[in-house]
Design a protein around this ligand. Structure first.
Ligand code: HEC
Length: 161
């Protein structure tokens, strides 16, 4: 190989590598853009909360003997929307299982709504044995927060207004 052939080959290789670099940079810009738009779609508060959750400790050390060595950190209860929380109620209230008043059945709910919303909240959260059947506390889903159960009750009551 003489010098001029080598020179041309060398320039060609440099060109090829430059083109590849440009392609990689463009791809990287696209990929980063995807991540930033996903972050932008969530509000700052949601992003901060999400980061906080990921960084939250799973436990806390306590030196007080009465409390035991490790006390678990109780996470803030998640509040679902009424429609989301109702997923735990649908098994009975969609089909009227075991005497459960049907969703959106005005006649079935009239007397119950008449008791006042606070009574309905208490019955849904703590459970309730009525003449029609047994309503388990939180519909049997104890992972629901009280607020989520209340939202589900609101959702059910709104459906019969
Ligand atoms: C295992 C079946 C079952 C599930 C699951 C269930 N319920 Fe019920 N629920 C009942 C039955 C049965 C009654 C009727 C009790 C009666 O009046 O005799 C009832 C009644 C109620 C009432 C009326 C109480 C009153 O004072 O009249 C509310 C409010 C209610 N349920 C809310 C909920 C909510 C909210 C959920 C989900 C978080 C849920 N239920 C899940 C069976 C269920």
């Amino acid at each position: 190989m003489n010098d001029s052939t080598f020179g041309r080959l060398f320039v060609l290789m440099i060109l090829a590598m430059t083109v590849m670099t440009i392609i990689i940079v463009v791809l990287a810009i696209f990929a980063a853009d995807d991540v930033t738009t996903r972050l932008d779609e969530r509000s700052d508060i949601e992003n901060t909360a999400a980061v906080g959750q990921r960084l939250a400790p799973v436990g806390e050390f306590s030196s007080s003997p009465s409390e035991g060595a490790v006390t678990p950190v109780v996470a803030e209860p998640v509040v679902l929307t009424g429609a989301e929380a109702y997923a735990s109620c649908a098994a009975c209230h969609d089909a009227g299982v075991a005497g459960a008043p049907l969703f959106a059945d005005k006649a079935g709910w009239a007397d119950r709504v008449g008791q006042g919303i606070e009574t309905l909240y208490t019955h849904a959260i703590e459970g309730f044995q009525g003449s029609a059947g047994y309503m388990p506390a939180k519909g049997g889903n104890m992972s629901l927060s009280d607020e989520s159960v209340k939202a589900a009750v609101d959702h059910m009551v709104e459906a019969v207004q």
